[in-house]
Design a binder for this molecule. Structure first.
Ligand SMILES: *Cc1c(COP(=O)(O)O)cnc(C)c1O
Length: 364
């Protein structure tokens, strides 16, 4: 059984992939070739925003977005301690300070009820993350941001691309949305890549410049930037995969429903979806007080499972300078101690799902 099944997916679109890749080999425009713009146009339409800007990775999208917002030394950016390291890493890399806010016990995303207490004079942006495939309560977060000097809200949607919040797509829910095309993400490529989304013309232009060394036109650089472009070959791969994406999201949701219907008796806590949300189930993650025993049981039945972010960011040695201790973010720490992600991909068969559920329920 595959935890993430890229082979079945590839078999379905191999011909399109071959054609798309061959077209790039033929025209030879490996940097900012026509597929990059084609993908940006398709994605901005899909998400429902004015601008999409391809980028070299999800990590770089966060860096580019914060550079465009002018974030630097002395600034604070609010985010969560329960996420992949990139989110806080890019804040720190810019010389700013990541300020953590604990997660909501229901969705495991930024707890908006704790947000206002974390704001200071130095707060320059809020960066919620859509963990495991559903967005944070972006409505509440946007309201608080608007009430506090129109603070920019940057949605890290590396895992939630394709999800919705009150009918609007993730990446269209705040000033800037960003995502990743890392192969195992819901919309993944065959290498590194990412994209930024905004309705703001000025921000879009700055982010586009920053991704190409701050270049406004050929050999003219008004601002600092980096080499943050999306490869033409990756754009071609993601274009081919985009054809399957809507069907895959539906399949992921069906797998989640089947898990939920068969796991009624489990002592584990199943994923819960916040009000107004749909999830793309980047992961199907459960909580168990006896997580290690559960993982051992699954492993004995040859079922792969993963504990993501088992050491939350506030307890990572790289952030020791922030002075956090165990107990600072109790919900994060509980989820980190108890979380286990089960196999989740659009190509899991009913039989495989039943095997996972039998192992989950067996020998309790
Ligand atoms: C994967 C991920 C990123 C980084 O994306 P890369 O493309 O791997 O650089 C950032 N934030 C979150 C929440 C992620 O899951």
């Amino acid at each position: 059984m595959e935890f993430i099944d890229l082979k079945s997916q590839q078999a379905l679109i191999r011909e399109t992939l071959d054609k798309r890749i061959a077209a790039v080999l033929d025209h030879g425009k490996f940097i900012l070739g026509p597929e990059v713009r084609e993908l940006e146009e398709r994605l901005q339409e899909y998400v429902g925003v004015k601008h999409c800007i391809g980028a070299s990775s999800g990590t770089d999208t966060l860096l580019i977005a914060m550079m465009a917002l002018g974030i630097g030394p002395g600034d604070e950016v609010i985010t969560v301690p329960y996420t992949w390291i990139s989110t806080a890493e890019m804040i720190a890399l810019l010389g700013a300070t990541p300020v953590f806010v604990d997660i909501d016990p229901l969705t495991w995303n930024l707890d908006a009820s704790l947000l206002e207490a974390a704001l200071t004079e130095k707060t320059k942006a809020i960066m919620p993350v859509g963990i495991y495939g559903q967005t944070a309560d972006m409505t509440a977060i946007n309201e608080i941001a608007a009430r506090n000097g129109n603070l920019p809200v940057l949605e890290d949607a590396a895992q939630s691309f394709g999800a919705t919040h009150h009918g609007k797509k993730s990446c269209a829910l705040s000033g800037i949305g960003s995502t990743s095309f890392f192969p195992s993400k819901p919309l993944g490529g065959y290498g590194d890549g990412g994209a930024l989304f905004t309705d703001d013309d000025d921000l879009a232009e700055r982010m586009r410049w920053i991704g190409v060394h701050g270049q406004a036109k050929k050999h003219y650089h008004p601002i600092l930037g980096l080499n943050g472009r999306l490869d033409t070959l990756q754009a071609a791969v993601v274009l081919a995969k985009l054809e399957l994406f809507d069907a895959e999201v539906i399949q992921r949701q069906k797998v989640a429903e089947t898990y939920a219907s068969q796991l009624g008796e489990t002592e584990a806590t199943l994923p819960m979806i916040g009000p107004g949300n749909t999830s793309v189930y980047a992961q199907y993650t459960v909580l168990s007080e006896d997580r290690d025993a559960l993982q051992a049981r699954l492993s004995k039945a040859a079922i792969p499972s993963v504990s993501y972010y088992a050491v939350p960011l506030h307890l990572q040695p790289v952030f020791a300078n922030l002075g956090h201790v165990q107990g600072d973010f109790p919900v994060t720490e509980r989820v980190a101690d108890q979380c286990l992600s089960l196999p989740m991909n659009p190509y899991l068969s009913d039989d495989e799902i039943s095997q996972v559920c039998a192992a989950m329920l067996g020998a309790r």
